[in-house]
Design a protein around this ligand. Structure first.
Ligand SMILES: NC(=O)c1ccc[n+]([C@@H]2O[C@H](COP(=O)([O-])OP(=O)(O)OC[C@H]3O[C@@H](n4cnc5c(N)ncnc54)[C@H](OP(=O)(O)O)[C@@H]3O)[C@@H](O)[C@H]2O)c1
Length: 179
């Protein structure tokens, strides 16, 4: 199967993925009476594994719910010395060069990878390792916080695949990297 590294993330109008305190309440600011998942479950069905940054992992751990993932999760960290207690069998901790990390995960048979976390996505983009961007824009200006994008060493072009509007307010754009 073709190897793809895919970003699926929600951002504010001004390009943040968490507010100044790391808060995510604004993601749910649009009334959603029918509990639309905005394509999330279909997306998750189509991936083999996740690679996420340590901050995102810790945010997920802080949610008052069971472990939400049914696919293998690889957490990038230079500071975690092992898998935190309670997460054995749920995650693996990796660190090193991104190409080595992606090779290692691909060699385990996981080809379609969901790349999650701000700094993680930025470091993948810096090395041109992202093949698809699925970005859901919430109509709010946060005024600061954790940015989705940062400086890049070169211009990178993407081809628009489709746009969807959810709840009459939330726009989801899907792009493929032009190579
Ligand atoms: N809006 C959304 O849809 C959405 C989605 C995901 C996350 N979020 C939120 O956005 C924020 C993301 O935080 P963040 O920007 O700090 O990003 P992050 O990517 O989640 O975490 C950054 C951490 O990941 C580790 N890391 C990243 N690249 C690495 C590499 N190549 N090798 C080893 N370790 C690496 C480092 O951990 P160490 O410091 O341990 O080395 C780094 O400090 C969180 O608040 C999260 O809840 C929002």
């Amino acid at each position: 199967m073709e190897r793809r590294n895919i970003v699926y993330i929600a951002k504010s109008l001004d390009g943040y993925i968490a507010d100044k305190d790391g808060g995510l309440d604004w993601l749910h600011s649009t009334p959603n009476p029918e509990q639309s998942d905005m394509g999330y479950n279909k997306f998750i069905e189509g991936i083999d594994a996740l690679i996420m940054g340590r901050t995102t992992f810790e945010t997920v751990c802080s949610f008052d719910c069971d472990w939400p993932y049914t696919k293998p999760v690889f957490v990038l960290s230079t500071t975690l010395t092992g898998v935190p207690k309670g997460y054995e069998g749920k995650i693996e901790v990796l660190n090193g060069s991104l190409t080595e990390i992606v090779d290692l995960v691909n060699n385990k048979g996981y080809n379609r990878l969901y790349i999650d976390g701000g700094r993680t996505i930025q470091s993948f983009l810096k090395e041109d390792l992202i093949d698809e961007l699925i970005i859901t824009t919430i109509p709010v200006l946060l005024g600061g916080g954790f940015p989705l994008f940062s400086n890049l060493p070169k211009k990178m072009e993407f081809k628009h695949i489709e746009s969807k509007v959810y709840l009459n307010e939330i726009v989801q754009n899907h792009y493929n990297r032009k190579r």
